[in-house]
Design a protein around this ligand. Structure first.
Ligand SMILES: [Zn+2]
Length: 359
């Protein structure tokens, strides 16, 4: 049965997917966008900053059809690339790094191969139609790790994609599973960014009925929890030690992990027998090698995220087209205690470096 959350996510994802297809099929979308009346240009201390959003969803209906996932009529609300660009212009976002929320982790190898090929081709087309405004993360079939490694390499080398988008778990399996090491090895070798976004069938599904009811708890709590669990396993299972060159960015500010990070250090002090894998450093120190988007809602929350991870680890995440925020740029500009250089890095400098975007 489709839950309300799945319906909303599917609908909104497909909205963007249509934008995508239109974008890919009609080159003049960028010319149309250039006629938009107002584009906010972000300036810090007299310096124009190219802002980059690493958390921007889209979908490819043609690929979704292979898994019998349909585009619903409600998705027609924003069916053109120009609508997406208009929203970016209004919010002061110069470049979006597009990603597709995984829904294909149960697909067999043949379907997964075909589906990912379609998606990555469409992602490349969409980026090519508006190369100044879009880059994209490759989609990969991580349930088939060797195939996923091939798809990432092809995505980067053949299609010009800038990294990979993953769920926070893979059909119930943790990203830290040794089975996925071939993928992590390839991501490390290529030096590309891996964006981790929570899965609808991750922590929320595991908690079952406890997240039902008012409040959208499967999203409000479940999504950040999924990310918290995923990152914690990557730390405590030694995955980040084994692949120290990995560049990983977590959605939603890393979920709850940076908010309560010191407990991850305290557990190994208080109950040392529960930390069965030797780590090269304290658990919280790994936060300073991971990246996090800025979708944490208040200046105080962002200030704390910076305190735990370092300003050089934070990038903009809007979660477009989900309307969590329209003020991601002001969020960074308005957070206290940051230098101009730190704001510039968070607004786009760090993401541009990670994603190979020319500033
Ligand atoms: Zn999202």
């Amino acid at each position: 049965m489709t839950t309300r959350r799945e319906f909303i996510e599917e609908s909104a994802g497909a909205v963007a997917g249509l934008a995508f297809v239109t974008c890919g099929l009609t080159g003049p979308a960028s010319a149309e966008a250039q006629t938009q009346p107002r584009r906010r240009e972000v300036v810090v201390n007299g310096r124009r900053v190219k802002t980059v959003d690493v958390h921007a969803h889209c979908a490819v209906p043609e690929a979704m059809a292979l898994m019998n996932r349909k585009v619903s009529p409600e998705t027609l609300l924003m069916s053109k690339a120009s609508d997406r660009i208009r929203a970016m212009d209004e919010q002061g976002i110069d470049v979006e790094a597009l990603s597709i929320n995984p829904y294909w982790y149960k697909a067999d190898r043949d379907v997964a191969r075909q589906l990912i090929q379609i998606q990555n081709e469409k992602l490349a087309e969409a980026c090519a139609a508006n190369p100044d405004r879009f880059v994209a993360f490759a989609s990969v079939a991580l349930q088939h790790p060797d195939l996923a490694a091939e798809q990432l390499e092809e995505g980067v080398k053949k299609y010009g994609l800038r990294g990979a988008g993953l769920g926070g778990s893979v059909d119930g399996e943790e990203l830290s599973s040794p089975r996925f090491h071939p993928f992590w090895a390839k991501a490390e070798q290529l030096g590309v960014l891996v964006f981790i976004h929570p899965q609808a069938d991750g922590a929320p599904a595991t908690l079952g009925n406890r997240l039902k009811g008012s409040g959208g708890l499967e999203n409000a709590i479940g999504n950040p929890l999924e990310t918290t669990i995923a990152l914690s396993h990557l730390i405590f299972e030694g995955t980040l030690d084994q692949f120290p060159g990995l560049k990983i960015c977590a959605a939603h500010g890393g979920g709850y992990l940076p908010s309560y990070a010191a407990r991850s250090d305290a557990i190994c002090v208080t109950f040392p027998d529960r930390c069965t894998k030797p780590l090269k450093k304290k658990p919280t120190e790994y936060l300073r090698q991971l990246y996090f988007d800025s979708l944490v809602f208040t200046p105080e929350a962002l200030r704390h995220l910076v305190a735990e991870t370092g300003s050089g680890q934070i990038v903009i995440g809007t979660d477009y087209p989900f309307p969590w925020t329209r003020t991601s740029v002001d969020h960074i500009l308005g957070t206290p205690g940051l230098s101009d250089d730190e704001r510039i890095a968070m607004l786009g400098g760090t993401a541009a470096r990670l994603l190979g975007i020319k500033s």
